[in-house]
Design a protein around this ligand. Structure first.
Ligand SMILES: C=CC1=C(C)c2cc3[nH]c(cc4nc(cc5[nH]c(cc1n2)c(C)c5CCC(=O)O)C(CCC(=O)O)=C4C)c(C)c3C=C
Ligand SMILES: [Fe+2]
Ligand SMILES: [Fe+2]
Length: 348
């Protein structure tokens, strides 16, 4: 026991529980993934996700029957088959989980140089491990301060804000709360833009054929969210402008939005429609990068890599290249390290 621990123990009133102290937690959080690809696991995951009012804000009286009687009867089977095509069968989990775990481990190694008091952990907003469980685990290890890092470079209420909601919900139940900081989005961070540009430039240099057009494809949100003041579209647009400047690609790099859900208008132009229109207009060589995803997942590997690739080729395209996300690459870790180091200022 160190002298200060001895003093703390001596000062603890009788009956007062012993608590670990003195450490700083960093909790990185990505979206989530089903526990398995069977109907019931998919249904549980989609139900949790699509019941979040930050994600779907339709009045409950309308949404509840639509979700439970229509969407959750058909979508789990169809999406389960999509997840099957990208599943990490060795570990029995979705790639988003495998990659987020590895990012946390590598980030922990990198931050060890900053302070030996830092503990890095990871969680999923939907599914497991839950944010509440990992905050509890960090507290048990003595983390009185926790930096929460939603793994989204561009802020959206449907992603970043709901991570903060879940964390503060967990804190609501605690007598002894940790101090909680939420990292801001990093859509224009110089390290993010630089490493994104490096990945894109390297992919172009390594390609057999120079792409005629490059799409920067972001996950979409309903257009209504933008009209209500969500800054997501502007964050994406700024990332693309900075990426154009950093790569010198100019108008060859275009912004599109993928993964729309439901019938109302989402942010445009849509990735799938753009890809087909480009092929029909004579573009033969296309490259796609997904700067809004820090880890490969269903939306990049299956939607872009399988579905959209097939649509491009079917419409006359010849060469479709998908740039991998940062994942646990050294460049990707540079970005996470830069963001986290900056946001830990004053704590270490
Ligand atoms: C229904 C509304 C949805 C909104 C709004 C939305 C926003 C949004 N999502 C991401 C990132 C990811 N989404 C992923 C999957 C996914 N997204 C939705 C719906 C909305 N997303 C659904 C229903 C699903 C599950 C698959 C499906 O049924 O289509 C994923 C992949 C998860 C994985 O395990 O691989 C990511 C990542 C962002 C960044 C975003 C808003 C900016
Ligand atoms: Fe999504
Ligand atoms: Fe999708």
């Amino acid at each position: 026991m160190t002298p200060s621990e001895t003093a703390a123990r001596a000062a603890r009133p009788a009956g007062h529980p012993e608590v670990a102290t003195g450490r700083i937690g960093v909790l990185i959080v990505n979206l989530g993934t089903p526990e398995a690809t069977d109907y019931w696991s998919m249904r549980r995951y989609l139900r949790e996700f699509l019941s979040d009012r930050r994600v779907v804000d339709v009045p409950r009286l309308i949404w509840w029957p639509l979700l439970n009687l229509v969407i959750l009867t058909t979508r789990p089977g169809r999406k389960g088959r999509d997840y099957d095509t990208i599943w990490n069968h060795e570990l029995g989990e979705g790639p988003l989980k495998t990659i987020t775990r590895s990012q946390a481990a590598h980030l922990g190694e990198r931050l060890a140089g900053l302070s030996d008091r830092i503990v890095v952990d990871w969680a999923m907003r939907y599914g497991r491990p839950t944010i509440a469980d990992r905050i509890a685990a960090l507290l048990a290890q003595g983390c009185e301060r926790i930096l929460l890092v939603p793994l989204y470079p561009q802020y959206a209420a449907a992603t970043s804000a709901t991570v903060a909601d879940a964390a503060f919900d967990a804190l609501k139940a605690m007598r002894r709360q940790p101090a909680l900081r939420v990292a801001p989005p990093w859509y224009d961070d110089p390290t993010y833009i630089d490493r994104l540009a490096a990945d894109l430039t390297a992919a172009i240099a390594a390609a057999d054929h120079e792409p005629e057009v490059i799409l920067a494809s972001f996950h979409g949100i309903p257009k209504r969210f933008l009209d209500a003041g969500d800054p997501y579209f502007c964050h994406c647009a700024k990332t693309v402008r900075l990426l154009r400047e950093a790569t010198g690609l100019g108008d060859r790099l275009r912004m599109t939005f993928q993964s729309r859900f439901g019938r109302e208008p989402w942010l445009q132009p849509y990735t799938d429609e753009t890809i087909v229109a480009l092929a029909r207009s004579g573009v033969r060589r296309l490259m796609v990068i997904a700067p809004g995803f820090v880890a490969d997942c269903l939306e990049t590997l299956e939607e872009l890599g399988h579905e959209n690739r097939a649509a491009f080729l079917a419409a006359g395209g010849e060469d479709f290249q998908l740039v991998p996300c940062f994942n646990d690459s050294p460049r990707g870790l540079d970005v996470l390290e830069a963001v986290v180091t900056r946001e830990l200022a004053g704590w270490v």
